[in-house]
Design a protein around this ligand. Sequence first.
Ligand code: OSB
Ligand code: MG
Length: 369
Amino acid sequence: MILQGLELRRVQLPLIAPFQTSFGTQTVRDIVLVRAITDAGEGWGECVTMPWPLYSSESTDLVIPLISAHLAPRLFAAPQLRAEDVRPLLGPIHGHPMAKAALEAAILDAELTAEGRSFAAYLGVSRDRVPCGVSVGIFPSIPELLAAVEAYLDQGYQRIKLKIQPGWDIEPVRAVRQTFGADVPLQVDANAAYAPTDITPLQALDPFDLLLIEQPFPEEFLLANADLRTAITTPLCLDESATSTAVVADAIRADAVDIINIKPGRVGGFLEAVEMHDLCRARGVPVWCGGMVESGIGRAANTALAALDGFTLVGDNSAFDRFFATDIVTDPRVMVDGHLRVPTRPGMGFELDVDAVRAATVETVTVAA
Ligand code: OSB
Ligand code: MG
């Protein structure tokens, strides 16, 4: 394919309810969509940055300048482009995995759409649906949390993940266990909110039989996880720290991890995510598919990815109405019997609602080859 231009659209999608993590509270999903214009047709990708550089160093406001100045020229310099070329072409640029992932997804969408092939077929997945888990934010009070969890269980979610932070950890976990019982598949995500010296509150979670604790410590403190693993019985999962397949290989070798949360944006794209999955599978490390509050664009492809065989744990694969009243795709993900259908349409699995995208757009920048 020949990449002829990029259209970068900043869109703002209101959330149905505030989503609070240890980073802050979001009420609007503010993201950049990438439209790749090629001689074989167009493709779309979603950049999953947060509004602030707190989950990682990227943030939504910096995506358009970064792509325009540093990433797009490297792609335009290639006389012919395939999605597999994006990682090597952008490799010399340090960091910015989410911006890179959005470009790769847009180009892969254009490529697969032109070939009439679905992402699920490209991946070679055999499952046609994946089970739904849901990530539950921090609430002002325990009763409000319990009401939210009850609603998700009633809807059919098969696994609950509670966001925790110091001061909101033991009590919410105990309350959910006491109210909904020992059989509810339950896990927690600390989003790096604990210091490596904070062993005691994490040990205190052991009696609650959690599936895993996700990312207790800041990104760079890899070996602190190896120490923690010897001090707790709950399996330890990495999210923020698992920035690449190479880092995950080191974490496994250092006995620093039991489980990996794979997010295409965090690792620099769907193709790196597949490599990370393959490595974990070969090393016997279970993985699950995380989320970044994506719209139907990103979530459609996540659903196909999560159908790969190594994704043996239930991911944060929620239906569109977990976060949004309406979506920017014409075929929003709906949960049926606690599952999402793996999309089979050509491309990355969604059909764009062009009018909805236009209505949500606050800024458009065109970058010509
Ligand atoms: O740590 O998994 C996380 C959302 C934004 C940033 C980080 C995380 C999350 C979630 C939401 O937990 C998961 C989802 O998209 O459903
Ligand atoms: Mg996480």
